[in-house]
Design a protein around this ligand. Sequence first.
Ligand SMILES: *Cc1c(COP(=O)(O)O)cnc(C)c1O
Length: 360
Amino acid sequence: MPRPILATLSTKVLTNNLHIIKKYAPKARIFTVVKGNAYGHGLKLIFQSLKLQTDGFALINIEDAILLRDQGWLGPILLLEGFFHDNELAIIDHYKLTIVVHSTWQITAIKRISITTPINIFIKLNSGMNRLGFSEDMLPSAWYQLNSLKQVKSITLMTHFAAAEKKNGVVEQMAVVNRVSSKLTGNIQRCLANSAATMWHPNTHYQLVRPGIMLYGASPSGNWDDIADSGLQPVMTLQSKLIAVQQVPAGGYIGYGRIYTKKTKKIGVVACGYADGYPRLAPTGTPVLVDGIRTHLLGSVSMDLLMVDLEHCPHAHINSQVELWGSFIKIDEIAALAGTLGYELMSALTNRVPRKLISN
Ligand SMILES: *Cc1c(COP(=O)(O)O)cnc(C)c1O
């Protein structure tokens, strides 16, 4: 018997989430974001269940783009940070990858190479986030430079929002996008929206959206309530089992740091710890589902184990099923208690946890 921890991924939920994205942005094409090993879910598995329904994939690492080509994907693959070094351009050409261009040195590099097929480019505008991209003043000239190159096939205007989960969170950045767009000629293609903008700011949709977190069924705001009525559901269930049960006497303690209990407690020991990606900062009281009953963490999370209160789970025993997060215990809730976001917990799930695709 292997260690009982497992992350199951629901194909049905994933395809339904994509369907919901299409309802939010019915006129846009969808480049599903699969960076960070598909937000920790496993790139190959997520690819397998999305390949017939998505319009394209967006990711960071060129190795991941090659993996998708090797899996047979012929459609668009967008490298969200473009290339990091000139020598990647030959690979980009060979695998026909679409690239973000965010800096002048990248334009210089593109100018210098000879390639077999002209490249589709997403030119990145820094509309206020001050992370990647050309400033409002610089972007038009970068656009016209790229537009004049025989190496370039098409140019899409791209930007990224810093606070699209807020009610007026895209207003200022959209004003920059609109001013810049007015200085460009021709039929401008735009790709602006992340998940939050896809859901809450339809004025950002244009021809292409690039949702990530909503696809996996967690909230861009970090608060599950914000997406509770959307129909989106968590794709991943992180599950394990009780591998031991203990009776702790009144005045005894539980785990590292010796968290004392006033009364006698029956506790369960779960095969899951921070070396699996469960957050060590999750405090006593963090919800855990045992045998279908919502109970909670006791004491501090160890590297390979955590302990749960069985006071209200009288039938729990060794081998009882445990859900750490999934459809009953939302990852957003665990993340909030640990002072982070679902984004981080998903993508921090370690390789020690096997992933398995399930159909329902
Ligand atoms: C990660 C990322 C996205 C997806 O963001 P979500 O909030 O997960 O939808 C979109 N665009 C860029 C540039 C990104 O880096």
